[in-house]
Ligand binder design. Structure first.
Ligand code: AMP
Length: 310
C-alpha cells in the first residue's frame, strides 16, 4: 500500500485549524512550558490549566447496571475538524481539544480497536503523515497509545501527530546516541535503550526511505520485546506506547495509566509531559520524571537479565 497526504496539506491544516478555532469547533488551550534536566535527558513539562476540564477516558461513563453505548467521536468525524482521507482506510482530522497547534489524528474510517497493535497499513499511514513538513523549524512526531493502561481515552483506533521542537532531544534520540548493537537478523540491529532510564523501553533507528516491510520488521521487533517484558511482569493486559519520527521507532510497555493524578501517554514516555498546574509541575520535579515514568511503565531490570525467548 502506498499512501500520501495531499501536497496542499500544510496549507489545508493551517486554514482548517484557524476556522475551526474561530467557530468554536476546536477548543485550543493556552499553555506554558518548563524543562527539567536529568543527566543527559531533558523533560519538557507543558502546564495546561484547562487540562482539568478536558473530557476524560470514556470508561468513566461506565454504568455497570445499565451499559450504554459509548459515544465514538471518530465514527463520524465532525466536518469542521475533517482534513482529508488517507487512502480508503483512514480519515485525517484535527484534534478537537488541542494544546499544540495543528495536533491531528489519523483514525480508521471503520471501527478498529485501540487495543490492537499497529498493522502494516497503520505504519505506512503513519510514515505518510510524517512526510508532511508543517514547519521547517519543527519535526513531526507520531504516537499511538495502545491498551487500557496506555493513557488512551478513545476506543476507536487513532494515531496522533504533533509538531515538536528539534531541541531538546527526546529520550529515543539520546538512547540512540549510545549506539545500536549489530545483529545478524534481517534488521541488522538490536533494539537499544537509554542505560540510565529505569523503565523498559526499546528504540530502533529507521532507514531513510523505509518500505512497509522495513517498518513492520522494526515495530515487530520492538513489540516482541515489549510483550516479553509484560509477560515477565505478569501484566494481565497488553498496554504500550509507540512513538515514531522519520529517524526512529520507540515502544515502551505500560503498567498504569497515571501516577499522582498525572496522566501519562506516549509523549510523556519520551520526555514531553503535561501538567495541570504549577503545583503539579513541582510535583513532577520533586518526585523526578524518571521515577514517575517508572511507576506507570515497567521495570527493565528483569528484562535486562533475561534472554529474549520469543
Ligand atoms: P487519546 O486520549 O490519546 O486516546 O487521544 C484521543 C484524542 O482525541 C484526544 O487528544 C482528544 O482531545 C481527541 N478528541 C476527543 N474528541 C474528539 C473529537 N470529537 N474530534 C476530534 N478529536 C477528539
Amino acid at each position: 500500500m502506498s499512501l500520501a497526504l495531499p501536497d496542499s496539506f500544510p496549507e489545508l491544516i493551517r486554514s482548517t485549524f484557524n476556522s475551526a478555532k474561530e467557530s468554536g469547533a476546536l477548543l485550543f488551550s493556552e499553555s506554558t512550558d518548563k524543562d527539567i534536566v536529568v543527566q543527559d535527558l531533558t523533560f519538557n513539562v507543558r502546564i495546561v490549566p484547562a487540562l482539568g476540564q478536558k473530557p476524560v477516558n470514556n470508561k468513566d461513563n461506565d454504568d455497570v447496571e445499565k451499559p450504554k453505548k459509548k459515544f465514538d467521536p471518530f465514527e463520524t468525524p465532525e466536518p469542521a475538524l475533517f482534513l482529508c482521507s488517507l487512502g480508503e482506510k483512514y480519515s485525517i482530522i484535527l484534534n478537537k481539544f488541542s494544546i499544540l497547534p495543528y495536533h491531528y489524528l489519523c483514525v480508521t474510517t471503520k471501527f478498529e480497536s485501540q487495543n490492537a497493535p499497529l498493522s502494516e497499513d497503520d505504519l505506512i499511514a503513519a510514515w505518510a503523515c510524517l512526510q508532511a513538513d508543517l514547519d521547517p523549524n519543527m519535526r513531526q512526531l507520531a504516537f499511538y497509545n495502545c491498551g487500557e493502561r496506555s493513557g488512551a481515552s478513545q476506543a476507536h483506533k487513532h494515531l496522533q501527530f504533533i509538531s515538536v521542537s528539534k531541541q531538546p532531544k527526546l529520550l529515543p534520540d539520546v538512547a540512540l546516541s549510545y549506539g545500536v548493537p549489530e545483529s545478524k537478523d534481517a534488521i541488522g540491529q538490536f533494539p537499544t535503550y537509554h542505560p540510565a532510564v529505569p523503565f523498559a523501553h526499546f528504540v530502533l533507528p529507521l532507514p531513510p526511505n523505509p518500505t512497509g516491510n522495513d517498518l513492520v520488521m522494526r515495530f515487530s521487533s520492538l513489540l516482541a520485546r515489549t510483550l516479553n517484558v509484560l509477560r515477565r511482569h505478569e501484566q494481565r493486559d497488553i498496554s504500550f506506547n509507540f512513538a515514531m519520527t522519520k529517524e526512529w521507532i520507540f515502544v515502551a510497555p505500560r503498567s498504569q495509566e497515571s501516577a499522582d493524578d498525572i496522566s501519562i501517554n506516549a509523549t510523556g514516555m519520551i520526555g514531553l509531559m503535561l501538567a495541570k498546574s504549577d503545583e503539579q509541575m513541582e510535583q513532577i520535579k520533586t518526585r523526578g520524571p524518571l521515577e514517575l515514568l517508572l511507576s506507570v511503565g515497567v521495570d527493565r531490570v528483569i528484562e535486562d537479565e533475561a534472554h529474549h525467548d520469543y
